[in-house]
Design a protein around this ligand. Structure first.
Ligand SMILES: Cc1cc2nc3c(=O)[nH]c(=O)nc-3n(C[C@H](O)[C@H](O)[C@H](O)COP(=O)(O)OP(=O)(O)OC[C@H]3O[C@@H](n4cnc5c(N)ncnc54)[C@H](O)[C@@H]3O)c2cc1C
Length: 273
């Protein structure tokens, strides 16, 4: 596989991380098990010791209509998806303009805003292991059980782009900080809000280095300039410990942490004690 050097302090939405080599996936899938797949790192915290990384090549950056179905390549940025839908008067993708990322990451995370989720109009995905229909994918709130890289996703084609919806989504996002972050840090526990819990345990706005849970939205871990991976991890663990102690609720990370010391079931951020 070809490689590309990426400076994650520029590439990732958190603006955290060093330079690492990333393998480019094109047609040869023989070695992919050795690598962890990234999209555009809008939901990802890159550590100092990440696993070997790979990303889809430009070959998977496309969007087209074929046989009355909308087909989108895994490396297609969300902005391109919304522009295409607006230009071609296609419905159901208005919310995507507010979700930074590429199609593969959006589908893998089942990204969305409230009841608008990418799975709503999904028909099937094409992965390195073949086609998988939606009914054979287990998915829920910011979760899917997809194991292989998503090369393409196919969606129902419905006409009628609603410009008013774009304004509604923009308003929904108005309480979110524009400081570098990776969106919501934790998933909302059932019947509650991670932001409320973080505020209750006194962590809203508390600085560790240049990182803090935002004063604008306590579930957004933000980088005020020179934030580091260690500072981010410290705050994540502090929030998990305090919320567990006070409310007996374990905050599950929505962001993906890419560092060997914090990945897998034995990771301290997955443990309850
Ligand atoms: C300011 C801000 C606001 C946000 N608001 C929201 C929001 O309202 N709702 C929401 O849902 N999200 C939100 N996010 C998070 C982000 O937009 C989504 O999670 C998006 O799907 C990330 O896409 P990505 O390409 O950057 O994925 P990455 O961060 O690169 O990867 C995320 C995960 O997806 C997997 N992945 C990436 N590409 C593929 C692929 N081709 N095949 C299989 N797996 C893949 C990776 O392995 C990783 O586990 C926000 C982020 C930011 C920075």
């Amino acid at each position: 596989m070809q490689h590309r050097t990426i400076n994650f302090s520029k590439y990732s939405s958190f603006k955290i991380g060093e330079e690492f080599e990333v393998a480019l996936v094109e047609d040869d899938f023989s070695d992919i098990d050795k690598y962890y797949l990234i999209g555009s790192c809008n939901n990802t915290l890159v550590g100092t010791n990440p696993p070997a990384l790979m990303m889809l090549s430009k070959k998977y950056d496309y969007i087209k209509i074929e046989d009355n179905v909308l087909k989108i390549g895994g490396a297609t940025p969300s902005g391109k998806i919304t522009s295409f839908c607006k230009k071609n008067d296609i419905a159901n993708f208005e919310f995507v303009s507010h979700l930074p990322g590429k199609l593969g990451g959006l589908v893998y995370m089942n990204a969305g805003l409230k009841e608008y989720e990418i799975f709503n109009s999904l028909l099937s995905i094409k992965t390195t292991a073949g086609i998988k229909l939606k009914e054979n994918i287990y998915f829920g709130y910011r979760f899917t059980d997809i194991k292989e890289p998503i090369l393409e996703a196919q969606f129902e084609l419905t006409y009628g782009f609603e410009t008013e919806k774009v304004a509604i989504f923009k308003k929904m996002r108005s309480n979110q900080p524009s400081t570098p972050s990776a969106g919501s840090c934790f998933k909302n526990p059932e019947g509650d809000y991670a932001g409320r819990l973080i505020e209750e345990v006194g962590l809203k706005g508390v600085l560790k280095g240049d990182m803090c849970f935002s004063l604008a939205h306590a579930n957004f871990l933000v980088n005020n300039g020179g934030g580091t991976f260690d500072d981010a991890i410290y705050l994540i663990q502090e929030a998990q410990k305090r919320v567990y102690k006070e409310f007996n609720i374990w905050l599950e990370c929505e962001i993906v942490v890419l560092d060997k010391a914090y990945m897998g079931k034995d990771s301290p951020i997955y443990k309850r004690d």
